[in-house]
Design a protein around this ligand. Sequence first.
Ligand code: AMP
Length: 189
Amino acid sequence: MNLILFGPPAAGKGTQAKRLVENRGFIQLSTGDMLRAAIAAESDLGKQVKSILEEGALVSDEVVIALIDEQLTKNKGAAGFIFDGFPRTVGQAKALDELLEARGTAVHCVIRLAVDEKALLDRVTKRFEEQGRKDDNPATFSVRLEKYNQDTAPLVPIYAERGKLHEVDGMAGIDEVSSEIEGALKEAV
Ligand code: AMP
């Protein structure tokens, strides 16, 4: 099962991905987590992307595609993959199709967490207090939201046309969102 969790920053993708990891044994592939780990390790990649993440801009397609490629190879034979925060551009979506096709598989299900953008700012302010992520401050968050609407939202009709898109109310409680996702997964092939 290859599942894309789709939605603006702070829509709850990470929370739901973690539940799917626990309940279904899927592997979570979060490009944001991978990039933050590289920054924490002060690797060459980390040094290269640090300021980009702090600004809320997008890292190049090439970099994130290579990270996903590496993880798909490393976790060959996994029960499922949850793509969290990837793909974020049309170029990344095309690359993901190719990476999966090369492995004899495809995107099976895309879950879009629909959220009220105004409520997101409250969520992100809370996350900033709890986790201290620099890019969760209101100014950077608005850049990230703008990037999402400009570069990532155009992927929604692409997956909808393919019949893979499931809309879930991301403003509902965590348990309710989880059960709606489970329902969508059962429908997906
Ligand atoms: P996230 O944790 O998914 O919100 O990602 C945090 C930050 O990492 C984003 O604001 C981007 O700077 C960068 N990032 C994560 N995933 C991607 C991606 N697929 N493409 C480009 N940049 C990304």
